[in-house]
Design a binder for this molecule. Structure first.
Ligand SMILES: [Cu+2]
Length: 131
């Protein structure tokens, strides 16, 4: 085998690995970004309408901890979060500045999520997932 062949083989293998290792969500739907800020503590945008199969990536672009939860047991007020029937709750855990969290929405309906450290400051987001 000559050097050029080996390089071509390596490049082809790398390209195949990228294709094979991509999460299925990528292939199924788009990714929409929601950023998080400190002053005031908010999600941007705080209202989204997305088709089922879309992945939302939250990015903590702020300087303090934030999170994303639809878990009624974690919320200070369980009524602050909402899930459609059949959907499982999700929780990013505390996200340090620069951290990201992804979730792919597979169940249509209305979601309301909160940031636990800023729930009292009304750091709330809504997502409507359409069929
Ligand atoms: Cu927050």
């Amino acid at each position: 085998m000559n050097k050029r062949f080996i390089l071509t083989l390596a490049a082809t293998t790398a390209a195949f690995s990228l294709v094979l290792c991509s999460p299925p969500a990528r292939a199924a739907g788009k990714t929409v970004v929601v950023t998080m800020t400190d002053k005031p503590p908010q999600y941007h945008p705080d209202n989204l309408k997305i088709p089922v199969g879309t992945t939302v990536e939250w990015q903590n672009t702020a300087k303090t901890l934030h999170d994303v939860t639809t878990d009624a047991d974690s919320a200070q007020n369980p009524a602050d979060v909402k899930l459609p029937p059949g959907a499982k709750s999700f929780d990013s855990g505390f996200m340090a500045p620069g951290a990201t969290f992804k979730y792919t929405f597979t169940v249509p309906g209305d979601y309301t999520y909160v940031c636990i450290p800023h729930e009292k400051d009304h750091m709330v987001g809504h997502i409507t997932v359409t069929k």
